[in-house]
Write a protein that binds this ligand. Sequence first.
Ligand code: GDP
Ligand code: IMO
Ligand code: MG
Length: 417
Amino acid sequence: MSKADLIVGLQWGDEGKGKIVDHMAQTHDYVCRFAGGHNAGHTIVIGEKRYALHLIPSGVLNPKAKNIVGNGVVLSPEDFIEEMAQFDDLQGRLFISDKAHLLLSYHAQIDQARERLKGKDAIGTTGKGIGPAYGDKITRTGHRVGELLEPEKLHKRILRYFEINRPLFEAMGIAQPDAKRLLADLKRYKEALAPYITDTVQMMWRILAEEKRVLLEGAQGTMLDIDHGTYPYVTSSTTVSAGACAGLGINPKDIGKVVGIAKAYCTRVGNGPFPSEDNGEAGKRLREKGDEFGTTTGRPRRCGWFDAVAARHAVRINGVDSIALMKLDVLDGFEEIKVCIAYRLPNGETIDYVPYDMDEVTPVYRSFKGWERSKGARSFDALPKEAQAYIEALEEMAGCKIGIVSTGADRDDTVVR
Ligand code: GDP
Ligand code: IMO
Ligand code: MG
């Protein structure tokens, strides 16, 4: 039996997971997604070419790697088919769980309608329908990918779903689907996806028994986890390492090394607490230098300093063995670099853990001396002394070693220690 290596985001998503999955896919036979949907956006740069992936595992860019979309994912057939079109024939390289839940156009309509109704309290979702699709799964009113194999039956069930939910849809101003068009869509989905749909749980057990090298690709980040993030400003899935087991049908003993991905600073897209956010010049500079605009929605990302409290929380929850520290080069040229080392509560008390209510805390900072240039460095020794000191201090504060440092978006701008 081999053990599967796992990659998870340690912050609020967009840490650079795609780049490291692509890097590690070079030495793995399978790459598997276990949670989330096409709310994720993973950008991978190979030479001149830039790929934006949402639901297809980032192993797809390695011709030797096979890719599995696990049962824990919510899958929009429409968007998935469009994403597949970027690649030549994926048959034999891509497998979709029959138990993954379907995300259909009405889920996105409900998501957007809810956000509108919430007004200033909106979560700032991607509007892709993630919450409503997981909601249907949990309330047992969802439909699974396997049902696509019998479109007529599924069609009847969806029309029945609409009948039951008619009052809700009417109140939200969402039109009932055109029955004929819906059936045509479902048949089209079957046509395009049937060759890929399979029992991926059996497949996981088989490939681990065959000693294949398996990589599990997390989406989103720890602070967006439904239980351990900044609820309700989170996504609707278990983004932490525990989600990999349920989302693929494996057990905790099947997991080997856990790699946590963190940026050398922090970003967040959407609303909700972000203690180390910088609304001044530094934040603006991080956004511009880091090109911090969402891969999925194009929204500007909120930017701020590395949060060592959140990082420690994430290291413990995920069981991180090694951190990949991303986008170090974005800090090049800053005179002063700050790190949030503790939170201060309104009563003046200082804490070193993530509390129930993150809205109430203000950051306590430690200041570091900046450096000129780390961009493109490919060994630890090639990094400026101040950058080396920064990395070593982060290891100490996060309570975990930093095994990879990324100094540019390109595949090769990577320091492996
Ligand atoms: P993911 O969602 O965690 O996969 O991350 P995203 O792809 O959404 O966002 C990370 C962005 O940073 C992408 O545009 C990457 O190409 C880019 N990137 C990754 N690593 C580095 C790095 O070390 N330096 C710079 N400048 N950009 C990077
Ligand atoms: P990757 O995999 C960053 C955020 C949204 C919003 C909240 C809920 O690229 O790191 P949702 O549409 O999931 O219901 O939105 O979660 N969000 C992400 N932020 N990176 C992501 O994925 C995200 N996926 C969801 O912006 O705040
Ligand atoms: Mg992203």
